[in-house]
Design a protein around this ligand. Structure first.
Ligand code: PHE
Length: 346
C-alpha cells in the first residue's frame, strides 16, 4: 500500500453545485501551499482525486525550485461527462470552491489553472481571501499565462545554450503541442523571437493562430514525434509515455504542461535516449513566480519578470548537475527540491 504523502486532502460535494470539490494540500513545509484550481471533465471523480494528488505534489517541487517560501496544493473539480457549467451553476460551483478553501484557514491559496480564469478567481474571492491572480482592475496580478510562457521561453533558451552554445531560439525548430492559454502566448513569443514553429491542438479552430504566425500546423500525434530541436508539451499531462519515447525525434523537451510523464520512470528512458527533459515543474513556474512576487512580496512588475526569467538559471543548474552526475534531470531537480524543503530554503 502506498502511504499518504499529503498533509491534508479534502473531498466534498459542493453544497450548491453538488459537484466533487477536491483540495489536496501536499506540503506547507516552506509556507502556505499554493496551486491552481482545475475545473475539468473526468470519467470518475476518483480520477480527479488522482490528478489533485499528483498535481499538488508537483506544485511543492515547483515552489521549492522557484525559491518560493510556499508549499504545494491543488484544487480539482471533477466535472462529470456531459454536465454543463454556465451562468448561475458556475457561480455556485466557484462559491463551493471558495468555501472549501476558506475551511483550510489560510493553509492553501488558489489561482487559475486549466478550466479557470482570473474572472473565476474574482468569484471565488467572494468566499475567501486566499486567491491569487484576480483581474488587475480588482487589484490582482491578472492572467498568469503570459508569465508562464515567458518562463518557458527562458527555459528553452537555457536548453539551447546547453545544446548549441547559443541561447537565442532564432531559426530553431520548435514544436508546440497545445495552443491553450499558455501555448498561444508561447507561440507568439517564440514566433517573435524568430523560431521555426510547428504547432498543434485538438481544436482545429486554433489553425487560425498558426496561419497568423506563419507556423506549420500538425495534428497533435504528429507534432509530438516531429523532427525538431525542442518539443514543448503545453496541453494536459501524461503525454510522455514509455511507448512514445522510441518514436520521439527531438533533442529536448521543455514545456509548461503539468505532469508530462505518464510514469516517473519515463525520465530515465528519455535520458537514455539522450533527449533532455526539463521537468515541467521547473519550466512552468513562471506564472506562480510572478503572482507570488507581485501579490505577496509587492515586487514591481519589472523585478518580478526578471525573477521569472531566472528559471533559465535553475534549468542551467539542473542540466549541469545531470551532466556531471549522469543522473537524469528529473532526479537532479527532485534532489534539489528535497534539499531546499529540508533546509527550509524557501
Ligand atoms: N496554474 C498555476 C500553476 O500550475 C497555478 C498558479 C498560478 C497558482 C498563479 C497561483 C498563482 O503553476
Amino acid at each position: 500500500m502506498a502511504s499518504l504523502a499529503h498533509e491534508e486532502v479534502i473531498v466534498r460535494s459542493g453544497q450548491r453545485s453538488g459537484l466533487p470539490v477536491i483540495i489536496a494540500v501536499h506540503s506547507t513545509a516552506l509556507g502556505q501551499a499554493v496551486g491552481g484550481c482545475r475545473i475539468w471533465r473526468y470519467p470518475d471523480w476518483r480520477d480527479g482525486l488522482d490528478d489533485a494528488l499528483r498535481l499538488s505534489a508537483g506544485m511543492t517541487r515547483k515552489c521549492a525550485l522557484a525559491g518560493a517560501a510556499n508549499g504545494g496544493g491543488k484544487t480539482v473539480v471533477a466535472v462529470p461527462p456531459g454536465a454543463s457549467l454556465d451562468g448561475a451553476r458556475r457561480t455556485g460551483l466557484l462559491h463551493d470552491v471558495g468555501d472549501a478553501i476558506a475551511s483550510l484557514g489560510g493553509r492553501y491559496a488558489t489561482g487559475p489553472d486549466v478550466g479557470t480564469t482570473p474572472r473565476d478567481m474574482a468569484v471565488i474571492s467572494q468566499r475567501t481571501t486566499h486567491v491569487f491572480c484576480l483581474p488587475t482592475e480588482l487589484g490582482g496580478s491578472g492572467d498568469s499565462s503570459p508569465n508562464t510562457a515567458t518562463g518557458v521561453v527562458a527555459a528553452v533558451e537555457a536548453v539551447c545554450a546547453r545544446l548549441y552554445g547559443r541561447a537565442d531560439p532564432r531559426s530553431r525548430r520548435i514544436a508546440i503541442v497545445g495552443l491553450g492559454n499558455v501555448g498561444a502566448h508561447l507561440a507568439r513569443q517564440l514566433a517573435a523571437a524568430g523560431a521555426e514553429l510547428l504547432v498543434s491542438d485538438i481544436d482545429p479552430a486554433k489553425k487560425a493562430l498558426a496561419a497568423e504566425l506563419l507556423a506549420t500546423w500538425a495534428e497533435p500525434g504528429e507534432a509530438l514525434t516531429a523532427p525538431v530541436d525542442v518539443l514543448i508539451p503545453a496541453a494536459l499531462g501524461g503525454v510522455l509515455t514509455s511507448d512514445i519515447v522510441p518514436a520521439l525525434r527531438c533533442a529536448a523537451i521543455v514545456g509548461p504542461a503539468n505532469n508530462q510523464l505518464a510514469e516517473p520512470s519515463v525520465a530515465r528512458l528519455l535520458h537514455e535516449r539522450d533527449i533532455i527533459w526539463v521537468p515541467d515543474y521547473v519550466a512552468g513556474a513562471g506564472g506562480v513566480i510572478y503572482a507570488l512576487a507581485v501579490e505577496l512580496h509587492k515586487m514591481p512588475p519589472e523585478e518580478a519578470r526578471a525573477r521569472v526569467r531566472s528559471i533559465a538559471d535553475t534549468v542551467g543548474l539542473v542540466l549541469a548537475g545531470s551532466a556531471e552526475s549522469g543522473a537524469d534531470p528529473a532526479q537532479v531537480a527532485m534532489e534539489l527540491a528535497d534539499r531546499r524543503i529540508l533546509n527550509g530554503e524557501g
